[in-house]
Design a protein around this ligand. Structure first.
Ligand SMILES: *[C@@H]1O[C@H](CO)[C@@H](O)[C@H](O)[C@H]1NC(C)=O
Ligand SMILES: *[C@@H]1O[C@H](CO)[C@@H](O)[C@H](O)[C@H]1NC(C)=O
Ligand SMILES: *[C@@H]1O[C@H](CO)[C@@H](O)[C@H](O)[C@H]1NC(C)=O
Ligand SMILES: *[C@@H]1O[C@H](CO)[C@@H](O)[C@H](O)[C@H]1NC(C)=O
Length: 464
C-alpha cells in the first residue's frame, strides 16, 4: 500500500517537473522576482502557499506598476502544477506596493487572508493598510473595522487564534530623524466581529520589532528582534503572552551547549514543530558594521517544554544560506523558506535570494532547494524523492529497504518511459512544425503537455 502510494506519488512529481520544464521551454511559467519583507500564508485545505507584497528592489519598476504582488506556490503533490507559482495580481487582485506586512488566515469561515500593516513603498500616507483577500472568490476588499485603527507599522509578526489576530510592537520611519520609531502597541483584530481591541501591555517588552511570535497552546512566544536601533534582544529572553489570561510574563531560556549559544537577531523566522520552535536566519548589525551580519547559529531550536535552546543536528552540508527578511512556513514536517536577502555579503554584491528551500524538521534535519524549473533535471531527480516524503498528506510511515529498492526501480522505469514519451512527442512536434511552416510553438507545447498527461496518467487515477 505504502509502496503503491509512494511510487504513484513520485510518478506525479516527476511528471509535474517535466511539465514545468516544458513550461519553461515554452515560456509559460510565472517566476516571482526575488524580494524582501513579503508575507506568507499556507492554506492547508487548498495546499497553497500564498505570498503577498514585499520589496523587489527596483523602485522605477514599482513606480511603473504600483501594485503589490500576490501569488501562490502549489504544494499539492498530486497536482500537475506541483511546486509551480501562480500569479494572482494579473487576475485583478490589487493593493498598493507594501513591504514588511503581516497576513493571517481568519474570518468567519476561515476563508480570508487578512493583510495588515507594513509600509507602503511609494506613499507615506497612513491609509489603506487593511485588506481582506477572499481565497474562494479571489476578491480583495477593504473591510470596515469598528474602533480606532492602530498606527501603520512594519516589523510585526502577527499570530492568529480563534478569530483574532494579535499584533505587538513594530517599527516605522520617523519624519524628523533617521532613527526609526519603535512601538509597543498591542493591537488585536477581531476578524469575526470586525473590531479593533487593545491587549494588555503590563509586563510586555518595552518596544519590539523584527521579532518572531509563535503560538504554543494558547501562549504566544516572542523571540529576538530589537527594542531600539542597535539594541537586540538576547535569545535567552522569552516574553510570553497568555491569550486567555491577557497576561505577559518574561521567562529565561537556558542553553544546552555553552559553546553554541544562538546569537541575537532581527527579521528571522520561526515555526513550531513537535513542541519545538525552530528559529532560522535573521541578521545582526550595529553602528560599526557596514552590512548586515549573519547571527551566530543560523538555525536554533527552543524546546517549549523545557525552555532550553539547542542547535539541531543537520544531516548533510551545514552550509545553509544565511537569510534575513525571508519567509518560513510549516507544512507537515517541512519548513518552506523563501525569498529574503543573504546576509554577510558586502552592499555592492547581489544579496537577493533566488531559491526556496525545504527543511525536513525531523532530526537530523535535511534540507535542499525546492526543485525549480531552473534547476537541472539531474538535480531534480536526485532531490525529489527526499522532497516528497513530508510534504504529502499520506501517512508518513518511513519506507523500509524493500520499498526503497522497489521505488527506485519503479522510478527508473518511469523516468525512462517519460523520456521516451517526451522524445516521441518532441519529434512529432518538430515534424508538425515543418509541415505547417512556423506555426505557434506555444500551442504545440500545450498539445504536448496534454499528450504527456494523458499517456502517463492513463493507468492511474488522479487524486484531488
Ligand atoms: C528597473 O525597472 C525599470 C522599469 O521596469 C527597468 O527599465 C530597469 O531595467 C530595471 N533595473 C534593473 C536593474 O533591473
Ligand atoms: C542522511 O541523509 C542520507 C541521504 O541524504 C540518508 O541516506 C541517511 O540515512 C541520513 N542519515 C540519517 C541519520 O538520517
Ligand atoms: C537586499 O538585497 C538587494 C539586492 O542586492 C539590495 O539592493 C538591498 O539593498 C538589500 N536590502 C537590505 C535591506 O539589505
Ligand atoms: C544543481 O546543478 C547545478 C548546475 O549543474 C549545480 O551548480 C548545483 O550544485 C546542483 N545542486 C545540487 C543540490 O546538486
Amino acid at each position: 500500500m505504502v509502496h503503491k502510494n509512494l511510487n504513484r506519488h513520485l510518478a506525479f512529481i516527476i511528471l509535474s517537473i517535466l511539465i514545468q520544464l516544458l513550461n519553461i521551454v515554452y515560456g509559460q511559467a510565472y517566476i516571482p522576482k526575488p524580494r524582501i519583507g513579503a508575507a506568507a500564508v499556507y492554506i492547508q485545505s487548498e495546499f497553497r502557499l500564498y505570498y503577498i507584497g514585499g520589496y523587489t528592489y527596483n523602485v522605477s519598476d514599482i513606480l511603473a506598476n504600483p501594485t503589490s504582488d500576490l501569488f501562490y506556490l502549489d504544494c499539492n503533490p498530486y497536482s500537475n502544477t506541483f511546486f509551480t507559482w501562480t500569479d494572482l495580481k494579473s487576475q485583478g487582485v490589487n493593493i498598493p506596493p507594501t513591504v514588511s506586512l503581516t497576513a493571517n488566515l481568519e474570518g468567519v469561515n476561515q476563508d480570508s487572508i487578512f493583510i495588515i500593516g507594513g509600509q507602503h513603498i511609494l506613499k507615506q500616507s497612513n491609509e489603506d493598510y487593511f485588506y481582506k483577500y477572499d481565497i474562494i472568490t479571489n476578491e480583495m476588499s477593504i473591510p470596515v473595522i469598528q474602533g480606532k485603527a492602530p498606527p501603520a507599522r512594519g516589523g510585526v509578526n502577527s499570530v492568529s487564534y480563534e478569530g483574532k489576530i494579535y499584533m505587538f510592537g513594530g517599527i516605522a520611519p520617523n519624519a524628523d530623524s533617521n532613527i526609526p520609531i519603535f512601538f509597543n502597541n498591542f493591537d488585536i483584530l477581531d476578524t469575526v466581529n470586525l473590531n479593533w481591541q487593545v491587549g494588555s501591555t503590563v509586563n510586555s517588552p518595552i518596544t519590539r520589532s523584527g521579532y518572531t511570535a509563535t503560538l504554543v497552546n494558547g501562549v504566544i512566544y516572542y523571540i529576538g528582534g530589537r527594542t531600539a536601533q542597535y539594541t537586540f534582544s538576547p535569545m535567552s529572553e522569552i516574553y510570553q503572552y497568555d491569550i486567555l489570561g491577557d497576561k505577559w510574563s518574561l521567562k529565561t531560556a537556558a542553553f544546552a551547549d555553552a559553546q553554541a549559544i544562538p546569537g541575537p537577531r532581527n527579521a528571522h523566522s520561526a515555526v513550531l514543530y513537535n513542541d519545538k520552535i525552530f528559529v532560522y536566519g535573521g541578521a545582526y548589525f550595529n553602528g560599526d558594521t557596514s552590512y548586515e551580519l549573519p547571527p551566530k547559529e543560523i538555525i536554533a531550536m527552543l524546546d517549549t517544554t523545557t525552555l532550553v535552546w539547542s542547535i539541531p543536528q543537520i544531516n548533510g552540508t551545514t552550509d545553509m544560506p544565511n537569510l534575513v527578511y525571508h519567509t518560513a512556513t510549516l507544512m507537515y514536517a517541512t519548513m518552506v523558506v523563501s525569498f529574503g536577502n543573504i546576509t554577510g555579503m558586502p552592499d555592492n554584491e547581489d544579496r537577493s535570494n533566488k531559491l526556496s528551500y525545504l527543511f525536513y524538521l525531523d532530526l537530523p534535519i535535511q534540507w535542499n532547494p525546492i526543485p525549480t524549473p531552473t534547476n537541472k533535471i539531474s538535480n531534480i531527480t536526485t532531490e525529489t524523492p527526499v522532497a516528497t516524503s513530508d510534504t504529502t498528506p499520506l501517512p508518513s510511515s518511513s519506507p523500509n529497504k524493500m520499498v526503497i529498492v522497489g521505488v527506485s526501480v519503479g522510478l527508473v522505469v518511469f523516468i525512462g518511459t517519460i523520456f521516451l514519451v517526451c522524445s516521441l512527442v518532441y519529434r512529432r512536434m518538430n515534424k508538425n512544425k515543418i509541415k505547417t511552416g512556423e506555426g505557434s510553438s506555444q500551442a504545440n507545447g500545450q498539445d504536448a503537455l496534454n499528450e504527456i498527461r494523458i499517456q502517463s496518467l492513463s493507468g492511474d487515477s488522479v487524486e484531488k
